[in-house]
Design a protein around this ligand. Structure first.
Ligand SMILES: *[C@@H]1O[C@H](CO)[C@@H](O)[C@H](O)[C@H]1NC(C)=O
Length: 399
């Protein structure tokens, strides 16, 4: 059901035209098995054969796309074929101070045969995903700086969102016409351990953060906080994670986007509501003691998303986010970092009055966000509501 709705939705979305053009895959319009060899990134890996659904998703909005969609339905498959994981390129920041744990995590989840490069270094020959792990605060410049060689490979880029490290990158990608159905994107639902967290000074292996939160009315398992991927390389991402015991849901862009904004809501609300407290607060405590505030702020931002970006979150988001905080939020500190202000907090359309009241409070009373341009609010928040265990106050009735 989900898939059909997703496909139908894709047909009405038209790809942005700004930015540069992408090479469109040469063979399309029908489904067939192709085998070819890809000159590999690593010498131990020379020939890859795989089947691929050749579906020119870059052109979903025109007549050709509709024919392709009909062909696709005629195959009787409910999902697109998946690209497998393979030796890949991981792009890290060239500034050692801005290398984030995402770079290590993606490398650690691979088979040790990925190539880690800095922007605009020569790319290996072959067909592989290019994982972009530069932090969001360098992403705009990274894209502006792209050499022609790299621009020609833009359809192989994989971008990340979600968590304190990845935040929201949609506004940046949109400015370059890179928010499109074929673009590979991942909402991160696994841990990003810092260097030194594991044995021998290396980072620990990333672990799944997804949690099973029971079953729905149809007996289907419900999950919160799971990794989700979309776009050309979504299968490669999913197989890389799956091999490491990390759930990854592959979805179409439109649904992925709703999941991404759900995660964005969590990253903003939980960190702000907790960071303004007198005592150090973790995500579990926000869910337990500051539930009303978190809920009110969420709904404010949700309304802004609906009005400003036409994003309607997936039913049950409030239950999922609270459950996620309750199951995974213990010991996860509520933090506000200046570098991430424009990528976690300043990303929601609409007035966001409550969010900005809290951010101003954090700035004036807590000495946080000193380098951030927090929008002024009509009236300052002089006092925060006191912690209360509200119980059963959520609209969904979950205690
Ligand atoms: C963009 O290019 C400039 C000039 O070469 C360089 O100094 C800067 O580090 C680059 N930025 C990124 C994010 O790669």
């Amino acid at each position: 059901m989900r898939t059909l709705l997703g496909i139908a939705a894709l047909m009405v979305s038209s790809p942005p035209t700004a930015g540069f053009h992408y090479p469109v895959s040469s063979a399309r319009g029908n489904t067939r098995q192709r085998t070819f060899s890809a000159q590999s990134v690593a010498s131990s890996y020379s020939t890859v054969s795989f089947s691929r659904m050749v579906l020119g998703m870059a052109t979903w909005s025109n007549g050709q796309a509709i024919r392709e969609y009909q062909d696709f339905l005629a195959t009787g498959k409910s999902e697109l074929d998946k690209e497998d994981d393979r030796p890949s390129v991981i792009v890290r920041s060239s500034n050692p101070a801005s290398i984030t744990p995402l770079t290590d995590a993606i490398f650690a989840l691979g088979n040790g045969d990925d190539v880690v490069v800095t922007p605009n270094e020569a790319l290996p020959v072959g067909k592989y995903p290019i994982y972009i792990t530069v932090p969001p605060y360098e992403l705009r410049e990274f894209i502006q700086n792209l050499s022609d060689e790299w621009k020609a490979r833009a359809e192989d880029f994989v971008f990340f969102s979600g968590t304190k490290f990845c935040g929201v990158v949609e506004p940046i990608l949109r400015d370059f016409g890179m928010c499109r159905d074929t673009m590979s994107q991942v909402v991160v639902g696994f841990t990003l351990p810092p260097p030194g967290s594991g044995l021998g000074g290396v980072a620990r292996m990333p672990e799944d953060m997804a949690c099973n939160i029971g079953t729905d009315a149809y007996g289907e398992e419900k999950w919160a906080g799971e990794t989700q991927s979309c776009g050309k390389w979504n299968g490669a991402v999913a197989s890389r994670l799956d091999r490491n015991g990390i759930r990854c849901k592959s979805t179409f862009y439109r649904e992925w986007r709703r999941a991404m904004w759900e995660r964005a809501l969590y990253d903003a609300v939980w960190n702000v509501v907790g960071a303004v407290r007198e005592d150090e607060t973790d995500h579990l405590q926000v869910a337990t003691y500051f539930e009303m505030e978190a809920s009110d702020m969420m709904w404010e931002l949700v309304n802004g998303l609906r009005g400003g970006l036409a994003v309607t979150l997936i039913y049950g988001f409030e239950d999922r986010l609270f459950s996620f905080a309750e199951m995974r939020g213990k010991g996860e500190p509520c933090e506000l970092r200046d570098e991430m202000f424009d990528h976690i907090l300043n990303v929601f359309p609409g007035k966001s009055r409550m969010l900005w009241e809290y951010c101003n409070y954090a700035k004036d009373k807590k000495g946080l966000l000193q380098r951030s341009n927090v929008p002024p609010v009509p009236s300052e928040l002089s006092e925060l509501p006191s912690p209360t265990r509200q119980g059963n106050m959520r609209a969904d009735g979950v205690i």
